[in-house]
Write a protein that binds this ligand. Structure first.
Ligand code: IVH
Length: 684
């Protein structure tokens, strides 16, 4: 490939990656698998490394860059960032409607209703379609320049799909519930205080001076309003939201256009319970006048617009009793106190335990065994004690003291300087080993199906497993003898363990449980080093040369591999046949191993992404373009140019039916026939 061809290919790859980001983040309709996406990114990174003169700041490879900043510059918003007045009940919303209609002077009023995302308000500036600056709300007039950190958010496009001359768009950066729970668990293991809610976690992540820290946290954004736009005329807020979506910006899918306040109320009430099913926290619904001319006519007070209101859901809390306080020991030895509660329903589920985080929190809140307490779910996910109802004390409550010895192994516990946690210092403490193994087999790690925490405990108690490597030396004879383990489950378990040998290098690195190395970092390290051996011998400098790796992570990785016991563990995993490199493809016994597929056109039984995942699961590879190395091209409805290319190169073409037969997936017609006979079929 010459220089000119490289330049063209680079631009082509960027467009393709942006297109897939759009499908994934904005339309929620991905067409390719993560592995295919990674291939595109890798090809782009490789070409950019060969031709650095073609690197531009808006390239998808350039999201994490730059060095830690000294501080944030200030930014004056061209249009102030207002906040909202609150409504707490139906009467408040009806009052709002009355005021709006009065000001509208008889004009018909429509409302747009949107979830109120609990995150951090930001302004994003695009000039000629390029993301040039992002800022916090600050005091509404002046905010902080957090461009470098916002660039790390993958759902934020660095280029718009159409280059409007100027756009100032407002939105909310948020952290999904799952990530909030993960981050807090990680902080607890590291002896750091947890974040109180996803909003604080998002704000804390975005206001990091080092963008690498932001990049490690999963943050997303929804945009909800146009602050200023040039080059386009927009008459209603609804139209504006759709324009933003067309431009490639992520707009919340649950926006709703209501013709009357009754419709608003119905919609809002419908979300009261449903909100717990969303993957992110919402603390209410925002109601906005749809017509922009009416919005302008109504204007704003100093702080908030008259044409919008935030309906806040009542906080979900429940009263219950602390029956006991128990201690669990995590994989780094942290002792975490947990309150055992009389079961009670709160925020969509029954809660019987609440984390007390650490000793300081028990002291601050003065929580005693026997206390009546108010609980809630932080971030709508983590049950927590809000406060003690002191009036209900009888005098029989018992104060709790952290144990001075590890409840699992009896070793000494210490509190490190600057940490809130007590730790068991015995690295062969059975509780720590147990948690390490539970982590090792978990979904994002080696993903050993059917091997949950209970079975790990059972295997350890039976003396069959002492560390993660022992899993790969389990024998059928040992397993069948276990209680509740028949021949079939024993065989299934061995098969699942066998399959996990082929987990990606990134999964393995994450599974090792190195401090500060999460699932994302595992992947980054795997891509950078491609083999466990190279990672094991990497110096702190080499590690820190990777944009996503900061000094803390680098030091922790070096320290991990310096320990003899960790090197021994890896050696035993290697000897058992666990994959230690990135290039290695799937095991030979997988039916599609070594085969390369290209998909074109629309499939009727499954999405292209599902088809891709299926191929990868069976050991095949999916690429985005047809070449002489392609084995099969699967042709759906309305195939594109890949079809012509496949014909020209004489590649084997598969119809959807042929493809489904090859991968053993029931086609839609077969599905109907079978269901008609009343037979249950299980899809993968
Ligand atoms: S509209 C002038 N829409 O809630 C319009 N805000 O106090 C101002 N928020 O600061 C905001 N989701 O951070 C709007 N769909 C949404 C929102 C939303 C969350 C936040 C935003 C704002 C605060 C209101």
């Amino acid at each position: 490939m010459n220089r000119e061809e490289a330049r063209k290919r680079i631009e082509e790859l960027r467009r393709e990656i942006e297109h897939h980001d759009y499908l994934y983040y904005v339309l929620d309709r991905p067409e390719i698998t993560d592995a295919q996406y990674d291939l595109l990114m890798q090809e782009l990174a490789r070409l950019e490394a060969m031709y650095p003169e073609f690197i531009t700041p808006d390239s998808p490879t350039q999201r994490v860059g730059g060095k830690p900043a000294e501080g944030f510059a200030t930014v004056t918003h061209r249009v102030p960032m207002l906040s909202l007045n609150n409504a707490f009940n139906e009467a408040d919303l009806r009052d709002f409607d009355r005021r709006v209609r009065q000001l509208a002077g008889g004009e018909k009023v429509e409302y747009v209703v949107e979830p109120k995302i609990d995150g951090l308000a930001v302004s994003l500036i695009y000039e000629n379609g390029r993301f040039v600056r992002g800022a916090t709300r600050g005091d509404g007039e002046v905010g902080e320049d957090i461009t470098a950190n916002l660039r790390t958010i993958r759902s934020l496009p660095l280029r718009l799909r159409q280059p409007v001359p100027f756009l100032d768009v407002r939105g909310e950066v948020y952290m999904p519930k799952k990530e909030f729970a993960r981050l807090n668990a990680e902080r607890e293991e590291a002896g750091e205080p947890p974040f109180a809610n996803p909003r604080n976690a998002a704000a804390g992540s975005v206001r990091q001076l080092d963008p690498r820290v932001t990049a490690k946290r999963e943050l997303h954004i929804f945009v909800y309003a146009i602050g200023l736009i040039e080059g386009r005329d927009v008459a209603t807020h609804w139209e504006g939201l759709h324009l933003l979506r067309e431009l490639g910006l992520p707009v919340n899918p649950h926006i709703y256009l209501a013709a009357t306040i009754d419709e608003v109320l119905d919609y809002v009430n419908g979300w009261q319970e449903k909100r717990h099913q969303l993957p992110y926290e919402i603390d209410g619904m925002v109601v906005k006048v749809n017509s922009l001319s009416l919005q302008r006519a109504m204007g704003s007070t100093a702080k908030s617009p008259r044409w919008a209101i935030a309906y806040k859901f009542p906080p979900e809390q429940a009263l219950t009793r602390v029956e006991d306080i128990v201690i669990s020991v995590g994989r780094t030895g942290v002792l975490t106190p947990t309150a055992v509660l009389t079961p009670v329903r709160v925020a969509g589920s029954t809660v019987s335990r609440a984390t007390l985080h650490n000793e300081d929190i028990i002291r601050q809140k003065d929580i005693r065994i026997g206390d009546t307490v108010i609980i809630h779910k932080a971030g709508d996910v983590i049950p927590e004690v809000v406060e003690v109802v002191k009036e209900k004390r009888t005098g029989a409550e018992k104060e709790f003291h952290m144990p001075s010895r590890c409840p699992a192994c009896g070793s000494e516990v210490v509190r490190m300087e600057g940490e809130v946690a007590w730790r068991c210092i015995n690295s062969s403490c059975p509780a720590q080993l147990q948690e390490k193994i539970i982590h090792f087999v978990s979904r994002d790690a080696m993903n050993i199906e059917g091997l949950g925490p209970k079975l790990v405990v059972q295997l350890m108690r039976a003396g069959l497993v002492k560390d993660a490597a022992d899993l790969y030396y389990l024998r059928y004879e040992d397993l069948v003898r276990l209680e509740r383990m028949g021949p079939k489950s024993a065989r299934n378990l061995l098969q699942a363990i066998e399959r996990s040998k082929n987990a990606s290098l990134g999964q393995l690195i994450f599974a090792l449980g190195i401090r500060h190395v999460g699932a994302k970092a595992g992947k980054v390290l795997a891509t950078a080093f491609r083999s466990m051996d190279r990672l094991m011998t990497a110096s702190e400098e080499e590690l820190m040369a990777i944009p996503e790796v900061g000094p803390k992570m680098a030091a922790s990785i070096v320290a991990f591999f310096a320990r003899e016991e960790n090197r021994r563990l890896i050696e035993r995993l290697r000897q058992a046949g666990v994959r230690m490199t990135e290039e290695e493809t799937a095991a030979g016994d997988q039916p599609l191993a070594g085969k390369t597929f290209v998909l074109t056109g629309t499939l009727s039984s499954l999405t292209r992404r599902e088809a891709g995942e299926l191929i990868e699961k069976l050991g095949g590879k999916v690429t985005n373009s047809v070449s002489k190395n392609t084995d099969y091209v699967v042709v759906g409805e309305n195939p594109g140019s890949k079809y012509d290319k496949a014909l020209a190169l004489g590649i084997t073409l598969l119809t959807e039916e042929e493809f489904l037969a090859m991968v053993g997936y029931p086609s839609s017609r077969q599905k109907e026939e079978k269901t008609a006979e009343g037979e249950q079929i299980k899809l993968f």
